[in-house]
Design a binder for this molecule. Structure first.
Ligand code: NAD
Length: 710
């Protein structure tokens, strides 16, 4: 193995290079190497100064996050090195490129001068892992760029480019990438003999009185202690000398590492990467190439999908059955682009370029030449199968045919195409050009190179992917179905949508972005009800006549949620108010089905009945091999359903509560309510893990094989 840090001499300057692929993370070996090589430099008076750079595609992109999980983790060794580095009398210049993030920025801040290659990105993303910078970033950065700018970077974790970094003073110069090391060496010579400019010694630039206001507003929220820690550290930067400030930072940082919120967010960080590894999919399998895309059905989803592809640079053909629908669809696309420009999310040139990549057409024949067709027509099995048959004939050989169905049997649609190997599910979330999640549904016959091709496409359009097998609702909607079932059952028992959503949205208890009723009102009760009705009609759904009857009846009476101004709530503009009509309907249906309303579920019961059945369903999804790992399921919920990242996802949250408790409470409800429909049957996997003290979030395909073997 080559050394992760090595020192060369160029024009009388020591060049210390970090070589720890893929992203030069500050692992223990890198830190040891930095310490050792700094001593080599310090012992050689003949050298004019020191340049630190990174080999490969980036300078240091952060700390080694896996090291945080070690019981003996400490940032003290690195921090002592940074103090020693900054204390050098000869010039120390950082040569930055790629994505200089987290510990990479902190290392650069301990140098005396910073030069970056054109296009370098900078950020302190620790907050996204429930942490704050722990290697003096909170103390050096404000002294260099001012308290407001430093606080903004630290509390948002945002990434900035070279121009902004130069304006802020984070870097001192920008050069072309091929001149980076040479420019840094020249800078060492230029600075030789001058007093080093040390960030720690700079006086804090005068700060606006409200420099910490935004952070103060975020702090104090339950479940997210990183904001409180950031406030503590930034206040120390403002009020204390550097030597005391770094002590405050260290204590605040070290207290965050073991918190549940940070563990949950680090878990998701790794989970999102693990989700891209597909068991049994040979690394050698070459992806089917996708250079052009077609979208069929330019409704809510089709418009968003077409935009997502076009914004990423793909030429897209948008197709509808007739001219009128096509005009409507293209108008929707244009309106969305205009809104993105208005909100500053896209500049006008990019919006125009995006629009120019789109071609509108009527009829399927226009899709004959594209590499990937994504079908997003109504959720109707006969329609989807008919269309799959036509696409099977129209599409060129080796083109991929994807369906955006949210619940239907992808294998049946694949069979109808006459070329099942080319068919796959791509379940986008609404709005498709914004939501991060893409659930890729791998059919029984989907060819490996088709799966790979679609995964590459997903990465290019910036999606977080999870691969699911075929079943009703796949991973996310199958679990959401159980969640909705209990929400509606509890409404018949006398709890109001406001009470139920209140529990789900309460960050002290849970912290969902939206509770079940608010979510369905937004997505459209018509959309939800139609799915349930189709499911029941297909014979595969529940036979219980009261199953989600509230949603079905609301649909029948025209209460479709936000779009009609009435659903579980009544809307005044966007404001949701209690809807007496919905409450009355629940009462009426309860009487019709003989459901008692004397004692409505309390907050504790609401919480358990929303979360635990969903976790139980997730365990079944794992047993059936629909998901490859427990953590994939959490990735789905954190990226597609507004599950708070700082709780990790439903499985991580259940693991933290304890699976024994989950199982005991499911058994308790089976006993209390009786269990005629089997809703409270505990999945064997869940019971097994509760018995052995295991964790669902750590369950993988291998665990399954090991268990099967004995
Ligand atoms: N709306 C959501 O939140 C959501 C989320 C995920 C997945 N989905 C799925 O996406 C698909 C589309 O849903 P949507 O909400 O965009 O529906 P939508 O009603 O907004 O759009 C459907 C579009 O398909 C077009 N269409 C119908 N038949 C056609 C045909 N024969 N040829 C060409 N175009 C045809 C319609 O004109 C319409 O524009 C469904 O399968 C749905 O289950 C929806």
């Amino acid at each position: 193995m080559s050394e992760p840090v090595f020192l060369t001499v160029d024009q009388g300057v020591a060049v210390l290079t970090i070589d720890n692929p893929p992203v030069n993370a500050l692992s223990r070996a890198v830190i040891d190497g930095l310490i050792a090589q700094l001593e080599v430099f310090a012992a050689n008076d003949a050298l004019a100064g020191l340049v630190i750079n990174g080999r490969g595609r980036t300078f240091v992109a952060g700390g080694e996050i896996a090291d945080f999980e070690r019981p003996d983790f400490s940032s003290q060794k690195l921090n002592a090195f940074l103090i020693r580095l900054e204390a050098q009398e000869r010039p120390v210049v950082a040569a930055l490129h790629g994505t200089t993030l987290g510990g990479g920025v902190e290392l650069a801040l301990a140098c005396h001068h910073r030069i970056a290659a054109q296009g370098t990105k900078f950020g302190l993303p620790e907050i996204k892992l429930g942490l704050i910078p722990g290697s003096h970033g909170t103390q050096r950065l404000p002294r260099l760029v001012g308290l407001s700018a430093a606080t903004d970077m630290i509390m948002t974790g945002k990434t900035i480019g070279t121009d902004e970094a130069l304006t802020l003073g984070l870097i001192d110069g920008i050069v072309d990438a091929d001149r980076l090391t040479a420019a840094a060496i020249a800078q060492v010579h230029a600075l030789a003999g001058k007093a080093p400019r040390r960030c720690s010694a700079l006086p804090l630039p005068e700060a606006a009185p409200d420099a910490l206001a935004a952070l103060e507003a975020r702090a104090g929220q339950p479940g997210q202690p990183a904001y409180d820690a950031a406030l503590t550290a930034m206040t120390a930067a403002r009020d204390l000398p550097f030597a005391e400030g770094i002590e405050v930072e260290m204590r605040a940082f070290e207290a965050l590492v073991p918190t549940q919120a940070s563990r949950a967010q680090r878990y998701l960080f790794f989970a999102e990467r693990a989700a891209t590894r597909i068991p049994g999919l040979d690394k050698q399998t070459a992806p089917r190439g996708i250079a052009t895309v077609g979208v069929l059905g330019i409704g809510t989803m089709g418009a968003g999908i077409a935009l997502a592809a076009a914004m990423a640079g793909y030429p897209v053909t948008l197709v509808e059955a007739d001219g009128e629908a096509l005009d409507r669809g293209m108008q929707k696309v244009q309106d969305t682009l205009d809104a993105l420009v208005r909100r500053g999310r896209l500049d006008e040139t990019a919006a125009r370029a995006c629009r120019e990549r789109m071609t509108a057409a009527v009829g399927l024949d226009a899709l004959g030449a594209v590499d990937l067709v994504i079908e997003a027509v109504f959720e109707d099995m006969d329609l989807k199968c008919g269309i799959a048959g036509s696409l099977g004939k129209v599409c060129k050989p080796r083109a991929i045919i994807a369906t955006n169905t949210s619940t239907l049997d992808v294998d049946a649609i694949a069979a109808a195409s006459g070329r099942a190997g080319d068919v796959i599910g791509t379940h986008f979330f609404s709005p498709a050009h914004i939501m991060k999640l893409l659930e890729i549904v791998r059919g029984a016959e989907t060819a490996p190179e088709v799966l790979r091709g679609v995964m590459d496409f997903a990465r290019r359009i910036g999606k977080t992917v999870v691969v699911s097998g075929v079943c009703y609702g796949f991973i996310g909607n199958r679990m959401a179905e159980v969640y909705m079932r209990e929400s509606e059952a509890m409404q018949l028992e006398g709890a109001t949508p406001g009470e139920i959503d209140g529990v789900a949205e309460n960050p002290d208890v849970w912290g969902m972005a939206m509770g079940p009723s608010r979510m369905l009102d937004m997505a459209g009760i018509d959309v939800g009800a139609r799915t349930v009705i189709e499911w029941i009609k297909s014979g595969a759904g529940p036979r219980d006549p009261s199953y989600r009857i509230l949603c079905r009846e609301m649909f029948a009476s025209g209460l479709h949620g936000q779009k009609t101004g009435q659903g579980y709530y009544r809307y005044e503009g966007r404001k949701a108010l209690p809807n007496p009509d919905a409450h009355e309907l629940a009462e009426h249906l309860a009487a019709q089905f003989g459901i008692e309303r004397e004692q409505a579920p309390n907050a504790a019961e609401i919480f358990e009945r929303l979360l635990f059945p969903m976790v139980n369903e997730a365990a079944r999804i794992l047993e059936e091999g629909i998901a490859y790992r427990g953590s994939d399921i959490d990735v789905v919920w954190a990226n597609g359903y507004g599950f708070p990242r700082w709780r990790g996802g439903p499985l991580f949250m259940a693991d933290e509560i304890g699976l024994r408790t989950v199982v005991d409470r499911l058994d308790h409800y089976a006993e209390t309510f009786g269990n005629p429909r089997g809703y409270w049957d505990v999945s064997p996997l869940l019971r097994h893990l509760a018995d052995i003290g295991g964790r669902l979030s750590e369950w993988t395909d291998q665990s399954k094989q090991q268990r099967a073997q004995g």
